[in-house]
Design a protein around this ligand. Structure first.
Ligand code: AHR
Length: 343
């Protein structure tokens, strides 16, 4: 009787084990099917490489062209962009990059409005295994936190501006007073354009930077600053000294200061004006004799960005720094065969 009971319990136990085994197996198969289904569904989308791109805003025609260039190149390269416009705020950029990480995009690219404050978010991207390309402006962070930089050489741009000035003034021996309209405080480009410019003019003691002010790369600020100088000094003077040169870190501020001079009935031919970007409106002003020199800052970096994005995605290394090719336009140029800028 006891032996029968043991055999009965044994049988029941094995039946139970078998039931558990089959239930688990069918659950696994179901799960695998669902996973595969998800993978299949995703694979239609993931055919396209996904790039999370955080742009700082649309403060200038230059910036608008910069964004367009990236979108056009993405389209041509079958790259899907998840875009965020940070409205000139670093906190918005940090949020956008974090959302790209949650979304698990393939690559992140961003234009850092300022140089510092990126370490934590870049560490998060690195931990999530998402490579990052820094675009247009440089950052002050450990190099291991991002794959590389693509953009302009701001130091060179500032140096080119100074080179034009030193050549133009090579026969002048008297003191030359310079007012500088600077770009966004703590942005790499503002620092580089200031440093590049100073690196050359400081070799000649006749050049003095008598005033430097942050105009945030905005046309409205360029006008405001010029209005105030003209009002407080009753003309193109500062502390009783004539202003000989205005060095403006971008075309938007330059267009603003030109508006102000015009409104105040002052000819811009009374002062040497040097600008950076080469927007069409400033080239037109150069041709019309309202400006003396425009150093190009090339916004058309979309095609190169897509090349880098695809390389990184394919597991290849990209250069630490890729600079865009840039030129310089001056009052001495022949514009008869010139191709319009498109921005
Ligand atoms: O970072 C590039 C600069 O930013 C451009 O010179 C300017 O126009 C823009 O706002």
């Amino acid at each position: 009787m006891r032996a029968v009971k043991v055999t009965y319990y044994k049988k029941a136990f094995f039946l139970l084990l078998a039931a558990i085994f089959f239930l688990t197996l069918s659950a696994c198969t179901k799960k695998d099917k669902t996973n595969r289904k998800n993978q299949q569904e995703n694979s239609f989308e993931s055919d396209r490489l996904i790039l999370g791109f955080s742009q700082i805003g649309s403060e200038s025609a230059w910036r608008t062209r910069n964004t367009q260039s990236i979108f056009e190149a993405a389209e041509e390269n079958n790259v899907q962009i998840i875009f965020d416009d940070a409205q000139q705020k670093q906190e918005n950029q940090l949020k956008a990059i974090r959302s790209f990480i949650v979304y698990q995009v393939d690559v992140i690219a961003f234009v850092p409005i300022v140089e510092t404050g990126w370490d934590n978010v870049l560490t998060e991207a690195k931990e999530a295994g998402i490579p990052v390309i820094v675009v247009d402006r440089q950052i002050d962070a450990d190099e291991s936190l991002y794959a590389g930089f693509l953009g302009e050489n701001g130091f060179e741009e500032g140096y080119s501006a100074a080179f034009f000035l030193t050549q133009k003034c090579k026969n002048r021996n008297s003191r030359i007073n310079i007012v500088e309209f600077s770009g966004t405080e703590n942005s790499s480009v503002a620092t580089e354009r200031a440093n590049g410019f100073r690196s050359l003019i400081q070799t000649d003691p006749k050049f003095y930077i008598v005033h430097s002010e942050d105009g945030d790369f905005l046309r409205s600020r360029g006008k405001e600053m010029m209005d105030r100088i003209l009002r407080d000094n009753r003309g193109l003077y500062l502390n009783g000294e004539p202003i000989d040169v205005i060095y403006s870190h971008n075309d938007s501020m330059t267009l603003g200061l030109l508006d102000s001079l015009e409104e105040n009935g002052i000819s811009s031919r009374n002062v040497i004006i040097i600008s950076i970007d080469a927007e069409q409106k400033c080239i037109d002003a150069l041709v019309a004799g309202k400006l003396n020199c425009v150093v190009e800052c090339n916004p058309n970096l979309g095609p190169t960005l897509m090349e880098l994005v695809k390389k990184i995605h394919a597991g290849e290394k990209i250069p630490r720094v890729t600079y865009m090719l840039e030129t310089i336009f001056t009052e001495n140029d022949d514009f008869s065969t010139y191709t319009p800028r498109g921005y």
